[in-house]
Design a protein around this ligand. Sequence first.
Ligand code: CAA
Length: 386
Amino acid sequence: MAGSPDFDLYRTSEEHDMLRETVRALAEAKIAPYAAEVDEQARFPREALDALVAADLQAVHVPEAFGGAGADALATVIVIEEVARVCASSSLIPAVNKLGSLPVILSGSEDLKKKYLAPLAKGEAMFSYCLSEPDAGSDAAGMKTRAVRDGDYWVLNGVKRWITNAGESEYYTVMAVTDPEKRSKGISAFVVEKSDEGVSFGAPEKKLGIKGSPTREVYLDNVRIPADRMIGAEGTGFATAMKTLDHTRITIAAQALGIAQGALDYAKGYVQERKQFGKPIGDFQGVQFMLADMAMKLEAARQLTYAAAAKSERVDADLTFFGAAAKCYASDAAMEITLDAIQLLGGYGYTRDYPVERMMRDAKITQLYEGTNQIQRIVMARNLPK
Ligand code: CAA
């Protein structure tokens, strides 16, 4: 494979490596110091948002034509990865900004793009993504939220659940049923604004991890929005939602990589410091084998994720498989690696005085959201590589 065009695209360029250095320095200086506190207090990582916005890193994926940095899919992965390495909650800022806005980028009119992407690129607004509902999680097409046409307006009613950064975001891509007879083909996508009359939010969920990223219900109570807020044509909302996930499941893989890298880095340092039986525990082969396995799994997950990012950039025919595979594999790897990091720290790893238990709790969500890993296997099985 070496030398083939595909192989070259899996590798990071000098620009990508420089971006990683920049984000790592920023994350260590301005985001890491608050990570434990943000988790402990379950509060939004305002310092991280400010630091990301000051460095124009909150939504690097926005195309240059709309005032953004126009970063490619791999660069976006690197930003998310490096932020997640120190604080998974904070990495949901760039990740969900991409998830929420990608339907507009993929399918929206020029006017919608101009109106909603510029504030996102400037850091004036964040974007969330509203697909799931209380009774429609894995079966996303089973949603009940309704949008009914009324002259030049659509009127939305329903409840969206598990909405990341709800309440913090100004803009929401909302999938709603416009024709109940047609199941997935009767779903349309809309941009809803936080300030639209009839929009309100539930209490923040009390979660195991990613505690700094608010997860709330979004209530739509007779929300009347202009018809030109529909993203793409009527009935195309479900396909847009799925196409979006093909690209953004890779950003969840990136988050998993970052969390796992943070745990591995911490454990590597710890085993050099911690002495038992008269020497650092890192001198024992059993410990070295664990670190070797952790690094091997992480690197395999990284290669798959970067390959998927190259496919996302090119919108290759096998993107659906690769997006699901990267998310599934990297999240499973992150779970194993963070658990092993706790094992290496022993009793200390089980306490909140050390960061690895937070990393393990944060890793768990990557196996669940943007489709459980069981759903990823359904997606992969339906789209096996030729
Ligand atoms: N690209 C384009 N179109 C697609 C598509 C894709 N990848 N996948 C499906 N479609 C379209 C097709 O047009 C298809 O119609 P055809 O029959 O004409 O091909 C139509 O959608 C329906 O597709 P399916 O028959 O495959 O639909 P399904 O009901 O069987 O569901 C599913 C498929 C994969 C299970 C899907 O429901 C799914 O992905 N479920 C998981 C939902 C999910 O990931 N939720 C995440 C919420 S967001 C989140 O978690 C964010 C966060 O907090 C950070």
